[in-house]
Design a protein around this ligand. Sequence first.
Ligand code: FRU
Length: 497
Amino acid sequence: MNTWSREERYQSLDDVTPVTLEALKEQVASSAYRQTYHIQPETGLLNHPSGLTFYQGTYYVSHQWFPLGAVHGLKYWFNYTSKDLVHFEPQGPLIQPDSEYDSHGAFSGSAFQYNGELYYMYTGNHRDKEWKRNPSQMLAKMDSKGSINKFPKPVISGAPTGYTDQLRDPKVFQKDNSYYAILGAQNIDYRGRLLLYRTEDIVNWQFLGEVKTQLDHFGSLWECPDYFDLDGHDVLLFCSQRTGPDGERGRKSYQSGYVIGQFDIEQLSFNHGEFNELDHGYDFYAPQTFVDESGNRVLIGWMGMPATTYPTDDEGWAHCLTLPRILNIEEGQLKQRPIPQLKKLRRNKETALGYANKFERQLMPYDGTQYELIIDILDNEATELYFELRTSKDESTLISYNTHTQHLSLDRSESGALPKPVEVTNRTTRLVNPLTQLHIFVDTSSIEIFCNDGERVLSSRIFPSKASNGIKASTESGQVYLKFTKYELSSDAQQEG
Ligand code: FRU
């Protein structure tokens, strides 16, 4: 693996020749792991989706981007537009690290509308000669041609007393005729915190204080916050670094989760239930939400993890975004369902009824590397169910389900090339209800598994060889009857209405 010096990581697009960039593009394009219907970088590293919005009939989806290689270097925003959240048009860099306040990275932020116009609030990082970071919260406005004009000065400079320089990712929201921004922060005792600011005119921001939660000792830094009301509840999303082992969550370092409760914004206090992970797969972090044209709350996440080396790093690119999901709260539970427009990707339909048991490891009558698969569990007398995808003689991505404990696990240890380090060998979650359905999206190098109509989601990158394309079902003991519905997916599929 290449090691990158600080100088190399802080090169901008202007520091490299078009020939160098073209060579990198060609190298990336020849990767065997390129996705076919997920947003992925043309070169370099993608992370945190930023500035998601629906504005005047168009969706805008940007992400954090270091163009020159698969490392966290000088960050840009790369922007896409879309009419349907399924087909995306790359628009190139949106916010560039080209001012004194964001000279060391245009970090994440969010989009909002003010007087009918589209604005972005984001974090600019500047480092001095001693490499000390100064965070600024910046504003930018989109003009009628889609270009970005930055405001000349930050609207929030530095961090308030009692907090470190790790202040970032403003998520702007409107409540009771005011605009608020919630930011990820760290206090001087190295505890993760969320800070709230308010403005009446978008330029003058008043620091209101820290959002009081019941998670005082939970991680050393919180980032990528999001707040919204959903089906009569207040929901707070955030990511926590170095959270420590905790039951079935299993992840020590980076957790992306939510709490549901009531936010008393005057008192700054958020009364909430348990912190839950949003996604139980291996690769999910830094999501952001927005409201779509029908009023749904839609979430897109980063299908990647910090501090992890991926098999594509040496090819000069890393990561992709998850598929968009609609969030709802039903009977107190968060549901996440793939957006229905994804049906536009379907090319053909195959269905089969089948059964599996201990002795007959059923090879399903179809295979593939880019597909949507719905497995309905019709009648289940088995103790443990196994579904293997992207399988071959040598490789297999294994989903297992224990009927008694209702634990569902994903094991990618034999799925092909592996991200490193391996922090957890399998990812497990306990379902609320017995398993009745798996709704799975497989792309060249990823799998997203929706269980029981959105009760749980597991998203992971997998790096199998192209020949590993089988689908199998079996049990530990007892028999299970299954219905399989499978669609080949392609972003070139005929678009129906
Ligand atoms: C999430 C994050 C954000 C930050 C961005 C920088 O992984 O650390 O907090 O804005 O990435 O690229």
